[in-house]
Write a protein that binds this ligand. Structure first.
Ligand SMILES: [Zn+2]
Ligand SMILES: [Zn+2]
Length: 818
């Protein structure tokens, strides 16, 4: 064995690079590649490279330069194939954030990078096969080889995948290799560019200047050329070829020949941002808003702030001012929102204020749009980034402030792949950059509230609504003792309040956090509900589509007339969903203009926005919806909010159910009374004494948080204990349970008394998409002890043969306990 390269090359350039090869392979991290001489001067961390992996080529990201090959098997290090970037696409600060996340979430740097980078950045290679020409002697051996040669003969060169499809087979690799060895076919590798490649356009630019006399001469002898030359000058010396008429294109060629113009290829961004007009002058800040601004330091230094502002108190204006202050100081601002679709009012205001300097990052962008936004940020053209949780990885330089709106929202937690919490990573990012982080909410999470109460965050408050509008009055209606009306869904109180508002031409918002017509179809003979064949949940009846639908896996079936379990009983619909509320409103208020907003009604693109626009403009009298109606929109005509059944949120098998219910009720109640007329909220429930409802009705966040924290302290849940869940999912019930027992034993050994291990126990959703689910919970007050225990338990698990058949999900700081 001989190694050609010593610790450093004579020129001092890196001999090797560590590369995160994408997509990430579970458990496998960075690989080392040798840098060919031609790339040694240019390769830098943060650049994409094309590297060989097995028999393919894949895209990787250079994470480090090194002078030495790996200690193990250095002779197997291969050369990287090519550089795909001329500049790094990831900043040093982002690498630090990704390394932190890999450590904290007990995963590989590669997996974090695969999550952080915009999708569609991977170039890949494909193998193209053609018949050798001339054909060598000898022919096919066997029918598959004959079929391959015949197909290539008929259709010409094909990539390997298409060839396999043409032959109706999953793969043709071995047969192709055999044919290639005998020189009957030629296999070539070709690069397929990434889905989100940079887009270029042809432009005409201004060449030599034209003296006045020559211009007059040109106008006389070649008027078309002269006209184009003038148009080019008027356009600032740059015209996209796509905007020219055929005649102009002929003239352009002549101008280029004369040296008066030149052709070029320029990058063009796809514009993913809807156009908005510049805003009128920003409003004058209230005294409370000014106090908040004064409390957040202008000089960059890390500090966490919890901005607790009641609904309608003007938090958004504070965010805009904080961002503006950072931009004025030559810095950038990161603003995270839970969901773009639900916050487009806020997004619009940011755009009105910052115009083209805003970049939007969210999951609805096409890969190319995302890549363009990424580059605008990287180049400093966009200095204010608004985005959902993955925007925490936006490549902003010179960060000035980090803002997280609705910090309590569960949407910040990614619940598949890398299960990171965007709000928490935003705090880490602010800390790494040494800048303030402001977490805002009308209903802070009890975790953040606890951080503020214990002095780790600074608490800021906006306790009153702007223009002194009162908070809505909230009334709880006990459904156990209600006055019977002829409606199954409406108490007399809600019915009369809604009727009164509609008579005054005010708007009524009705909230029920359950879609469909009825959540349960139950047999009258045996009592069995119609369940999903793959999940332990009952199917929801959707009347309009006339199907029974599983809200977890999407399974549908037509509603049966008779029970499937006993074969004889009739099925009755139990409970209610938004579809039923809509039908009831149509019956009760036939004159009213009604719309429903839930996942079933926003199927077509833009439907969500159209409904909310109509609502805002007053073209609707009643809006019915799930939690989609609870936040983000500020409609002055709404005076009554009806919560049809608050119990839906209270009854989830999750230690945060009470907190979610409080947040949801406060948010939805906050939709009432945004205009000059005061708001009224009617909450219907069978549990009127529940502390979440009582506190929400009294607008008593402090009282709620104190009670909730006392309960969490008692049972050892966050924020008093760190929590992680290990979830096992397998197709076989016994094997999954068996694996859970073994992993729990390994976790107990790994915890070594420093973390408590609870379980294994079946997950509340014991079966999901046909897989059995078990979970093990680890709790400890120490984040370090938790991380250490998880690391050891995972090492033991990876060495076990069970790891092949059973999927293990590691969820640090879980949000959903289902
Ligand atoms: Zn039955
Ligand atoms: Zn299902």
């Amino acid at each position: 064995m001989s190694l050609p390269v010593a610790s450093d090359t004579p020129t001092g350039f890196p001999a090797f690079v560590e590369v995160a090869v994408l997509p990430a392979i579970p458990g496998k991290d960075v690989l080392t590649y040798r840098v060919p001489d031609r790339h040694r001067e240019t390769v830098r961390p943060g650049m994409r490279v094309l590297v060989p992996l097995g028999r393919r080529h894949e895209t990787g990201l250079v994470v480090a330069l090194t002078g030495t090959p790996p200690a193990a098997a250095p002779e197997r290090v291969r050369d990287l194939e090519d550089l795909l970037d001329t500049e790094p696409i990831l900043t040093e600060e982002l690498f630090a954030l990704c390394r932190w996340a890999a450590r904290y979430y007990v995963t590989t740097l590669t997996e974090v990078l695969a999550t952080a980078l915009p999708g569609g950045l991977r170039a890949s290679t494909t193998r193209v096969v053609r018949l050798a020409d001339p054909a060598p002697p000898g022919g096919a051996r066997g029918s598959l080889e004959a079929a391959i040669l015949a197909t290539l003969g008929a259709r010409g060169a094909l990539d390997e995948r298409r060839l396999a499809r043409a032959l109706g087979r999953p793969g043709v690799g071995p047969a192709l290799r055999a044919l290639a060895d005998r020189k009957l076919v030629v296999v070539e590798e070709r690069i397929r560019p990434p889905a989100g490649a940079t887009r270029f356009e042809a432009v005409l630019t201004l060449g030599a200047a034209l003296a006045e006399r020559d211009a007059a001469d040109l106008a006389r002898r070649a008027p078309a050329q002269h006209a184009l030359y003038e148009r080019l000058r008027a356009a600032g010396g740059r015209l996209a070829a796509g905007t020219m008429t055929p005649r102009e294109r002929v003239a352009a060629a002549a101008l280029v020949r004369r040296g008066l113009a030149a052709r070029a290829r320029e990058e063009r961004y796809r514009d993913a941002r809807p156009p908005v007009d510049a805003a009128a002058a920003p409003p004058v800040l209230t005294a409370e808003q000014q106090a908040v601004m004064a409390a957040v330091p202008e000089a960059p230094a890390f500090r966490g702030f919890l901005l607790h502002g009641v609904t309608g108190s003007g938090k958004t204006e504070v965010y805009l001012r904080l961002a503006a202050r950072a931009v004025a100081a030559g810095r950038s601002a990161l603003l995270l929102v839970p969901e773009i679709a639900l916050t487009h009012q806020l997004v619009r205001r940011v755009q009105e204020r910052f115009g083209a300097r805003v970049a939007l990052l969210h999951s609805a962008l096409a890969p190319g749009e995302r890549w363009d936004e990424w580059r605008r940020i990287l180049r400093g053209e966009a200095v204010v980034v608004v985005g959902t949780r993955s925007a925490v990885f936006a490549p902003l330089a010179r960060l000035g402030v980090v803002i997280v709106d609705e910090e309590h929202d569960a949407a910040y937690k990614q619940d598949e792949g890398l299960r990171y919490q965007g709000r928490d990573l935003a705090l880490v990012r602010a800390k790494l950059a040494g800048v303030p982080a402001v977490l805002g909410s009308a209903t802070p999470s009890v975790e953040s509230y606890h951080q503020a109460a214990s002095g780790r965050f600074t608490r800021l408050a906006l306790p009153t609504r702007v223009e002194g509008r009162p908070l809505p009055t909230v009334e709880i209606v006990d459904l156990r003792a209600r006055d019977r009306t002829d409606s199954r869904l409406f108490s007399r109180r809600l019915l009369e309040t809604a009727a009164g508002a509609l008579a005054r031409r005010e708007q009524v918002l009705l909230f029920l956090n359950r879609r469909g017509f009825a959540p349960i179809m139950q047999c009258v003979a045996c009592g069995e509900p119609t369940g999903c064949p793959s999940c332990t949940v009952s199917l929801t009846w959707h009347q309009r589509r006339n199907v029974l639908l599983c809200h977890h896996c999407g399974f549908t079936r037509p509603p049966a007339a008779r029970c499937g379990a006993c074969g004889s009983g009739e099925l009755v619909a139990l409970g209610e969903g938004t579809e039923q509320v809509e039908a009831e409103v149509v019956r009760l208020f036939p004159e009213a203009r009604i719309a429903r907003l839930d996942r079933d009604t926003i199927g077509s693109k833009g439907a969500h926005r159209r409904i909310l626009d109509a609502w805002r403009e007053g073209a609707l009298d009643v809006l019915i919806g799930t939690q989609m109606v609870a936040k983000g929109h500020d409609v002055p005509g709404v005076t009554v909010v009806g919560v049809l059944l608050a119990d839906v949120a209270l009854n989830l098998p999750d230690f945060r159910a009470g907190e979610r219910a409080f947040q949801l009720l406060t948010q939805v109640a906050g939709r009432a009374g945004r205009g000059s007329a005061p708001g009224r909220v009617i909450v219907q429930t069978y549990r009127p004494e529940h502390h979440s409802l009582v506190a929400a009705a009294a607008h008593d966040f402090e009282g709620f948080a104190a009670r909730e924290l006392a309960m969490r302290a008692e049972v050892g849940y966050p924020p008093f204990e760190r929590l992680a869940v290990l979830r096992l999912e397998g197709a076989d019930a016994a094997a999954t349970e068996d694996a859970a027992q073994a992993l729990a034993a390994a976790a107990t050994r790994a915890a070594a008394g420093r973390a408590r291990v609870r379980g294994p126990a079946p997950a509340p959703l014991e079966r999901l998409r046909g897989r059995w689910r078990w979970q093990i919970m680890l709790t400890t007050p120490s984040a370090a002890a938790l991380n250490d225990a998880l690391r050891r338990a995972l090492a033991a698990w990876r060495g076990s043969p069970r790891a092949r058949a059973i999927r293990l999900v590691v969820d640090v700081d879980p949000v959903s306990m289902l």
